[in-house]
Design a protein around this ligand. Structure first.
Ligand code: HEC
Ligand code: HEC
Ligand code: HEC
Ligand code: HEC
Length: 512
């Protein structure tokens, strides 16, 4: 071998080993051999192997504490007042904005994971007065640890099955969101069991097999803390949960996405996806669900690679010896020292708390305004469609445009409203989304006024709380009463329900 080649070979070998040495292997999630069955689903089965983790898991039962804007006391979110039923930060128009949709019957502040099955079975959104729940089994997807078993047994048939048929087989605690959803029971390796997340990642080219540990510390949460919708049967298995991500993670991109995947034939909205038609303004609407993952991912922490678990599952030492990841998923403001100071060691807890509240206060103010303009937009279109005076020649076209703006304005408001951090996860995006919401809703008002040559303008002047009072009370039971439906001008657009008695109380049938 001549000298020249010898040195090249040595150089290549040197770089090969040098590179190998400098590459710091990422520490792995500790692996275990539990002797649990691979299909184990009960949370209590994990207790004997991980008693301290289980102890932190049970802390999710504590629903006694609010923070300034977050926290876990499950009050009704539209009621302004004092705990436990109401709260100082409320959105009084929720029942107005969701009129005609099950969310208008009951919508509460979220609490810990240990309550997920209980709260799902206790909510008026599912029709407990009837043999049909009115919503599909898809709702189970983010509440129960029986999901992997259901998917194995029923496959894609599961989603459209009758929700009520699975009530009785649920233990309220032992089957709530549990270990097997995020961990392989045999090794405790992190895993993604959620069908919609696996499929959504596949569509946008994220390869879960090569996900890093740090990514997995957020992906396990993205199984549920995301926007989703129930698939229209024209596009695949009916009622399957789908994450609308192929256009991107932002409200504008999701709005574009929803211009497809539906089967509505309404003029101006042909083929668009709709969750329900708002009966007051006759508008095809979208309901957004908790897009925490989408909000966080390009915020300051998400962009810097700070994972959900970094803040929501900080390391704690319960037995005085071993550090473990806390499995109490709650507001980090309850434990700033563990959650934030690991990175912000140069700051005081009170300073960080004030910074969080600073962002939330500003977000909240714009959220309330967005909510009010959205109500005004529905009212403007309602007035315009009932207007008897002289209309513009292009009235019908303007009204289509006005309704499209209502849909968009409300969707943008909901994107921030349904997201649970009151703007903290990504304040710039939250405020931008709310600014746009206000602009779109105001455009709807203007279009409706134009369509009537401003004939309806005088009726829209003044305080929106007087023009359209908030609907304080509404439920399935109340919708059986004509007196209730006559009590608010917006409720008159709803059909009266037949008298009926409750059939279901939590996981028990109380009437045949
Ligand atoms: C930098 C830390 C941080 C990261 C990263 C983070 N969060 Fe949060 N999260 C917070 C703070 C702070 C709040 C506001 C809590 C409050 O208002 O009391 C919050 C609020 C929440 C809430 C509502 C809690 C409540 O009390 O109602 C949920 C749910 C949530 N986050 C989920 C997530 C998910 C899912 C991710 C990842 C996609 C994530 N968070 C990433 C800090 C973080
Ligand atoms: C929502 C998802 C989720 C659920 C549900 C969940 N875990 Fe975890 N778990 C995690 C994450 C994230 C980590 C951190 C993994 C890492 O850093 O690589 C973790 C880590 C662990 C570890 C490794 C050691 C440690 O403390 O970091 C054990 C053991 C564990 N969990 C046990 C359990 C048990 C027992 C349950 C049920 C009572 C459970 N987990 C439920 C997400 C979850
Ligand atoms: C299987 C679905 C699912 C997964 C996975 C999941 N969550 Fe949740 N999460 C929920 C549901 C449902 C609730 C509301 C439960 C209730 O109110 O009954 C909730 C509530 C919360 C809350 C509010 C608790 C409170 O005290 O107000 C936080 C914070 C939270 N989750 C964070 C996380 C984080 C962080 C992860 C990932 C490590 C995660 N979740 C994974 C479904 C899930
Ligand atoms: C894993 C590390 C990590 C954790 C944990 C973490 N942060 Fe941060 N935080 C960062 C990074 C990185 C930045 C970006 C600015 C920088 O480089 O200092 C940042 C920026 C901030 C900022 C300034 C930007 C803004 O949005 O106003 C605030 C406030 C903040 N963090 C609050 C918190 C709070 C509150 C918690 C706990 C709930 C927390 N952080 C937890 C890493 C972290």
């Amino acid at each position: 071998m001549n000298n020249y080649i010898y040195w090249i070979v040595m150089l290549v070998l040197f770089f090969f080993f040098a590179a190998g040495c400098t590459e710091i292997p990422e520490p792995k999630t500790p692996s275990y051999e539990t002797t649990l069955d691979a299909s184990e689903e009960k949370n209590s089965a994990f207790k004997e192997f991980f008693p301290i983790h289980y102890q932190t898991y049970l802390q999710n039962d504590d629903d006694s504490q609010m923070t300034e804007y977050g926290g876990s006391v499950p009050h009704e979110k539209h009621l302004c007042g004092d705990l436990p039923q109401a709260y100082k930060y409320c959105q009084p128009y929720l029942k107005n904005l969701w009129t005609g949709y099950p969310f208008s019957y009951e919508y509460n502040r979220a609490r810990g994971h240990t309550y997920a099955v209980h709260d799902l079975l206790d909510i008026d959104r599912l029709n407990r007065y009837s043999e049909q729940a009115g919503l599909p089994s898809t709702c189970w997807n983010c509440k129960t640890n029986k999901m992997p078993g259901y998917i194995e047994k029923y496959g894609d048939e599961f989603w459209a099955m009758e929700f009520h048929q699975f009530r009785e087989e649920h233990d309220l605690e032992d089957h709530s969101i549990g270990c097997n959803i995020c961990h392989d029971p045999e090794t405790m390796d992190l895993r993604i069991t959620s069908v919609p997340l696996r499929e959504a990642f596949q569509k946008i080219g994220i390869d879960l097999e090569n996900a890093t540990r740090n990514e997995m510390r957020s992906y396990v949460c993205a199984q549920c803390h995301v926007e989703y919708y129930f698939q229209d049967p024209k596009f695949g298995p009916a009622a399957k949960p789908i994450f609308p991500w192929t256009e991107g993670f932002n409200p504008q991109e999701q709005y574009e996405y929803y211009k497809g995947f539906g089967s509505t034939t309404r003029e101006g909205f042909e083929g668009w996806f709709i969750d329900w038609t708002h009966p007051v303004s006759d508008t095809p609407m979208i309901k957004i669900q908790h897009p925490e993952f989408e909000m966080w991912h390009d915020g300051i922490h998400g962009a810097a690679g700070v994972s959900c678990a970094d803040c929501h599952m900080p390391y704690v030492r319960l037995d005085g010896k071993k550090k473990i990841s806390s499995h109490r998923w709650t507001s980090p403001l309850k434990h700033i020292e563990q959650s934030c100071l690991q990175c912000h060691a140069d700051k005081q807890p009170d300073y960080l708390k004030e910074r969080v509240i600073y962002s939330q206060e500003r977000t909240w103010e714009q959220l309330l305004t967005a909510q009010e303009v959205s109500v005004k937009a529905h009212e403007a279109v309602r007035l315009a469609s009932e207007y008897q005076g002289e209309k513009r020649d292009d009235f019908d076209q303007l009204m289509i445009q006005a309704r499209e703006r209502i849909r968009k304005g409300q969707m943008f408001w909901d994107w921030v409203s349904a997201e649970n951090s009151a703007g903290f996860h990504n304040t710039a995006k939250a405020i931008e989304t709310l600014a746009k919401s206000q602009q779109y809703s105001q455009q709807a008002v203007n279009l409706a006024m134009q369509a009537t040559n401003y004939g309806i303008a005088p009726d829209l002047e003044g305080d929106i709380y007087e023009i359209v009072p908030p609907i304080k009370e509404h439920s399935r039971k109340l919708q059986m009463s004509q007196e209730h439906l006559d009590s608010h001008k917006w409720l008159q657009y709803l059909p009266k329900f037949e008298e009926a008695e409750l059939i279901w109380d939590l996981n028990k049938r109380v009437r045949n």
